[in-house]
Design a protein around this ligand. Structure first.
Ligand code: FUB
Ligand code: ZN
Length: 639
């Protein structure tokens, strides 16, 4: 079998989630996160940072009306990354340059949520937002509130920094999700008008630019898949092919001259198909790599796919935290050098792990190999879930692996490490990104091609496709047991991912292992039961990673665990795990035998074996940390 075998993911239409672990989280997103964000976008959450998002669309609507009537509108400077009441006029745009994207992401989450749980009240709320958004669109299709409000003559003059194409990408993704859920074309038609303008503006013999923050590429591929309009796919490919060419477009638009060094941040230092290493701003990176994988598949482009593979290898083997976090430095919110994975300085933005999941699914659709879904699962069950509190009302942007509140509060190098989740952020990219990913989880579970249905995640579902109707009952996160009740429509192959973390498993049918999947021939309706042994494991990190020498992490199934001060007292660095402890597992919590070192009195003293007191160390899943107030936390523990 050629392992570069394409597949497509099954969509929400075909997959309904019913899972003891995920039902609760989906319910939190639906009943708490989405309504909360609805208020936050309108600045109606007391004590939360201001969003200005809807306010900007309302302002832009007023300006758009004037422009339509040929009335001059007051202009304001477009010269900053973030605008507020202090640094700009009250009638000007406020918030980050990409503020529009927050409402698009919210609409995208609402779309997926409505597909799963119809809700006329929520639909009405989204329709109101859509009216406000569309009201701000110009006759030529242009829609970005920063430029409409502040200075319409400057559109597409700073692609590198000011995010017009980024907001456009989110608009398209939101519009598609909402249209698929409701059949309401209003936002989709508006997005297509903007897309048409973009296709008319960028390309050979047109502006040879590309987005400073990628996502438009991925969005255009999705729009092509929905509409079949070739121009969208062509423009996505153009953006990929043009990126990194000399002279740099970002220099041309500014009239400056830079070296490759300057454009690592934007992954525009060399053309994507020549890139081999994950560099620069992590979210931008994973969004670009996702689009590269999309284009590699759409054009069966092996050269581009090889670049994706090298970058994937680099991330998976040298630049990814055990929690699936990526981007280890606050400096540019970026990928750092190989094996640089500090725990207490990590950035590991929630959005970056979400983007890693996008990349993983697209890689899985290009090539059969369980490693992609392994990473998808790692990022999902750890960093992504950690991005949200248990009640869905506060969020992490940065997902560190070690926290000392005193350091966060007093050391400016660690200011980005928040010891408690925040209600909202002025730069609120992560919470709505999380909402859209979790609401669309149905679309990450299965991929299929003509002959084979691939099971990538073990989530309880009711799924219907041309091959079969399947009921999956899953206790994956607890006992590791999963049952498939297959009502066969025609013979096919079922490919079950054997999770990378699992050493022992049983499957009730005969299977062949290839590329990390167990392949089972299905000829008739059948019930299959699987058990993945979810033993607690002690995981060692490569000694190339300086931060983790002499330490280990504890995992069970897909979950990485951590210790918290609330359970183990402060000074977590004084804990030591026994070499081969007896683990006890109860209701999601792991207890293990270990020791606590006695505190030293002197700062320096002659070395002697430390005084150790036996103790029981309590571990909780990483994603649940920080739900009991400010306290110390550590994923790695001395061993
Ligand atoms: O620039 C838009 C978003 O804001 C990025 O993806 C995040 O990293 C944050 O910088
Ligand atoms: Zn983010």
């Amino acid at each position: 079998m050629n392992s570069r075998e394409f597949s497509n993911h099954l969509k929400t239409d075909n997959v309904k989630i019913n899972d003891p672990f995920w039902n609760k989280i989906n319910e939190t997103v639906r009943t708490s996160v989405i309504p909360y964000q609805y208020l936050a976008l309108q600045d109606k959450v007391e004590g939360a940072e201001k969003s200005y998002c809807i306010e900007n669309f309302i302002k832009a609507g007023r300006v758009a009306k004037k422009l339509r009537q040929g009335i001059e509108s007051q202009k304001f400077p477009i010269d900053k990354w973030v605008y507020d009441e202090k640094n700009s006029d009250e009638n000007a745009f406020h918030g980050y340059v990409f503020q529009d994207s927050d409402v698009y992401k919210w609409i995208e989450a609402v779309g997926y949520s409505l597909q799963n749980y119809p809700d006329s009240d929520l639909e009405e709320k989204a329709n109101k937002f859509i009216d406000i958004i569309c009201n701000a669109q110009l006759d030529n299709g242009y829609l970005d509130t920063l430029y409409i409000i502040n200075d319409i003559d400057k559109t597409f003059t700073n692609l590198k920094d000011w995010h017009e194409l980024y907001c456009f990408g989110h608009m398209v993704e939101g519009a598609l999700s909402y249209y698929n859920a409701t059949g309401n074309r209003k936002l989709l038609d508006a997005a297509c008008r903007f897309a048409d303008l973009i296709c008319d503006t960028f390309g050979e013999d047109k502006i040879k630019g590309y987005p400073g923050h990628e996502i438009a590429e991925m969005a255009l591929v999705k729009l092509y898949n929905e509409t079949g309009k070739n121009e969208y796919l062509k423009t996505a490919k153009f953006f990929i092919d043009e990126r990194g060419k000399r002279p740099y477009y970002f220099d041309c638009e500014k009239g400056t001259k830079s070296t490759a060094e300057n454009y690592h941040y934007n992954q525009a230092h060399i053309p994507p198909r020549m890139q081999r290493e994950a560099v620069g701003h992590a979210v931008r990176g994973v969004y670009l790599y996702s689009a590269m994988a999309d284009i590699a598949k759409a054009y069966d482009d092996n050269e581009l796919f090889n670049a994706c593979k090298s970058i994937w290898n680099n991330i998976e083997n040298k630049k990814m935290y055990i929690t699936g976090g990526v981007g280890s430095t606050v400096d540019g919110e970026a990928f750092s050098f190989n094996y640089d994975l500090p725990n207490d300085l990590a950035y590991a933005e929630t959005c970056a792990s979400i983007g890693l999941i996008f990349f993983a699914r697209r890689m899985a659709e290009n090539e059969i190999n369980s490693r992609y879904a392994d990473v998808m699962e790692r990022a999902l069950y750890n960093t992504v879930l950690s991005g949200m509190s248990q009640d869905g009302k506060s969020f992490f942007y940065v997902n560190p692996l070690e926290v000392l509140p005193e350091a966060s509060n007093s050391d400016s190098r660690k200011r980005h490490i928040k010891p408690v989740r925040q209600k909202w952020f002025s730069c609120a990219c992560c919470p709505p990104n999380l909402a859209r990913l979790i609401s669309s989880l149905n679309e990450y579970i299965y991929t299929e091609n003509d002959n084979t249905l691939f099971v990538n995640l073990y989530i309880g579902t009711e799924l219907d496709c041309g091959k079969a109707h399947i009921t999956v009952t899953s206790d994956y996160t607890e006992s590791g047991k999963v049952a498939f009740k297959i009502d066969c429509k025609k013979p096919f192959t079922l490919a079950l991912r054997i999770p990378g973390w699992c050493g022992k498993y049983t499957i009730s049918e005969k299977f062949d292992i290839k590329n990390g999947y167990a392949f089972i021939k299905i000829r008739e309706s059948v019930n299959i039961s699987i058990e993945f042994k979810t033993d607690v494991k002690i995981i060692k990190c490569s000694n190339r990673v300086r931060a983790n020498v002499g330490k280990a992490a504890v995992t069970r199934g897909p979950f990485v665990y951590c210790v918290e001060e609330a359970d183990n007292g402060n000074n977590l660095q004084m804990l030591r795990l026994s070499d081969s402890p007896d683990f006890k597992y109860e209701n999601g919590i792991i207890f293990a035998g270990g020791f606590r070192e006695k505190e030293d009195d002197a700062l320096y003293s002659e070395y002697k074996s430390p005084d150790l007191e036996e103790c029981i160390i309590k571990f909780i899943p990483y994603y649940r940390w920080g739900n009991r107030g400010e306290n110390e936390m550590s994923v790695y523990i001395r061993i």
